[in-house]
Design a protein around this ligand. Structure first.
Ligand code: NIG
Ligand code: FE
Length: 383
C-alpha cells in the first residue's frame, strides 16, 4: 500500500543530494520511503494526503532517555528552583520507587512516555535502565524498555547501589559480572555515568570494556556536572556517543574531533538544573558531529519534547535552526549508528513529521507552540 504526502511546502530530507525541497512530496510504501521529489512529479499512490504547504521533517531521533522509572521528583525540583543544587544523589529516590513498582507499572510508564514523545514527533527513542541497580531490577527494567524500543541501554552503572555504599569496588564487580550477564541479552548498548559522585575513569573503563566483551557498544554520560575523563575515555573506547559534554577542555574537543564519537547535547538537563548550557558552536566549529536529545528522566530533565530541545539549542547554545533540527534527527541517528532513520530518502524508514508551519525553522522561532500536526512511523500514521 503506497501513501503519497503531497504539497509539502518545505521538506528537510537530510540527504546530501536531495537537501531541502520546496513544494515536495514523499511516497511511502509499507514501512519504507519509496520516492521523494517535487510534488508535481509524484507517482500515483493508493492514498494521497495533501500537506497544504506545511513543512515536513524526518521523525526526531531521541538517542538518550531514561524512561524506565516509577514516581517523580517534584519536591526535589521545587527545592532546586529555590536554590538547592542538583546532585547525582537524587537518583536514589527514583531507585527506591522503581524497585517498589511492579513489572506492569514499569511497562505502562515506558509506554506512556514513548507515546508522549511520539505525539511530539519522536519516532525513534533510546531507553536506559539505571533505576534498578540490582540484578533482577536492572534486567526487568531492560525487558520493559525492550517492549517499546529496539534501542535499549544497560546502565547498571548509573550510581553505586545504596547497598554497596561501603564497597563501590564490589558494585563494579556486580555490574561487570552477574548483572551484565543477566542484562546483556536485552540490550544493544552499555552506558556509565562517569562523574564525581558516580563512577571514576578507571571504574568506567572497566564497566564499558566488560560491556563491549559481552557484545554491547559503549556510550557514556560524560562531563555533565564538571570536567573529567569521560569524554576522552568515550573516544578512546570508540563509544557511539559521549553524552552531556557540558564541561569540555580543549583536549576533550580535540579528542571528539579526531574520532567517530558523536557529542550528544541534552539541554533539558541544564534547563531543569539551572546549569550553564554546553557550547554546541564550539563543537560544530571543531568538526564534531552533534546530536540533540531530551535525557528524559524524572530528576534532571523531565521533558520528552525534542522541539523544546531544538528551541533551547538555538537560543542558548549557538546553533542555527538548521543545525539544531539536523542534530535532533540525523545527529541522533548517527549517535545510534542507524542509517535507516533521521533522513527522508528512498529506502529510509517512513518516519515523517508534518509541522503546522511553512518551515522547520519555526521549531525554534515559535518555542513552546505545538507545531507537530501529523506523525508517520514506519509508514503508519499515529497523530
Ligand atoms: O542524564 N546523569 C545521570 N543521569 C541522568 C539523571 C538521572 C536523575 O537525576 O535521575 C542524567 O541527567
Ligand atoms: Fe542521562
Amino acid at each position: 500500500m503506497a501513501i503519497a504526502v503531497t504539497g509539502i511546502g518545505s521538506l528537510l530530507t537530510n540527504d546530501p543530494e536531495l537537501g531541502t525541497i520546496t513544494d515536495a512530496a514523499v511516497v511511502m510504501e509499507g514501512e519504507r520511503v519509496a520516492w521523494v521529489g517535487p510534488s508535481a512529479q509524484a507517482p500515483a499512490a493508493d492514498e494521497r494526503v495533501d500537506a497544504g504547504g506545511r513543512a515536513a521533517i524526518p521523525g526526531f531521533v531521541d538517542s538518550h532517555a531514561h524512561l524506565v522509572f516509577a514516581g517523580d521528583r517534584t519536591a526535589e525540583f521545587n527545592a532546586r528552583m529555590s536554590g538547592r543544587p542538583y546532585t547525582a544523589g537524587g537518583i536514589r529516590t527514583t531507585v527506591a520507587a522503581t524497585r517498589a513498582a511492579t513489572d506492569e507499572e514499569l511497562d505502562a510508564n515506558v509506554a506512556r512516555y514513548v507515546a508522549e514523545a511520539l505525539r511530539q514527533g519522536t519516532t525513534t527513542i533510546e531507553c536506559k535502565s539505571g533505576y534498578g541497580l540490582t540484578v533482577e531490577d536492572e534486567a526487568r527494567s531492560l525487558r520493559a524498555a525492550a517492549n517499546h524500543t529496539d534501542e535499549v541501554t544497560y546502565l547498571g552503572a548509573h550510581i553505586v547501589a545504596p547497598e554497596y555504599d561501603d564497597d563501590p569496588a564490589g558494585y563494579v564487580d556486580l555490574v561487570t559480572g552477574p548483572m551484565l550477564a543477566a542484562c546483556a541479552p536485552y540490550a544493544r548498548w552499555v552506558d556509565v555515568f562517569c562523574e564525581r559522585g558516580a563512577f571514576d575513569g578507571d571504574q568506567a573503563r572497566a564497566i564499558l570494556t566488560a560491556g563491549a566483551k559481552a557484545g554491547l557498544t559503549p556510550r557514556v554520560h560524560a562531563n555533565q556536572l564538571g570536567p573529567g575523563p569521560g569524554v576522552r575515555l568515550a573516544v578512546e573506547l570508540g563509544a557511539a556517543s559521549a553524552d552531556h559534554c557540558t564541561h569540555l577542555s580543549d583536549a576533550d574537543v580535540d579528542a571528539l574531533a579526531s574520532g567517530d564519537t558523536v557529542a550528544t547535547l541534552l539541554p533539558g538537563a541544564e534547563f531543569s538544573t539551572r546549569a550553564p548550557y554546553p557550547d554546541a558552536r564550539r563543537l560544530i566549529d571543531a568538526g564534531v558531529t552533534v546530536a540533540l536529545s531530551t535525557d528524559c528522566n524524572p530528576g534532571s530533565s523531565f521533558t520528552s519534547s525534542m522541539p523544546f530541545c531544538v528551541a533551547i539549542a538555538v537560543r542558548e547554545m549557538g546553533m542555527t535552526p538548521d543545525e539544531a533540527v539536523v542534530a535532533a534527527t540525523l545527529g541522533g541517528a548517527r549517535a545510534l549508528r542507524r542509517d535507516d532513520v533521521g533522513r527522508l530518502s528512498p529506502g529510509a524508514r517512513a518516519d515523517l513529521v508534518l509541522l503546522d508551519a511553512p518551515s522547520h525553522v519555526h521549531l525554534a522561532y515559535r518555542p513552546g507552540v505545538p507545531l507537530v500536526s501529523a506523525v508517520w512511523r514506519g509508514g503508519v500514521r499515529h497523530t
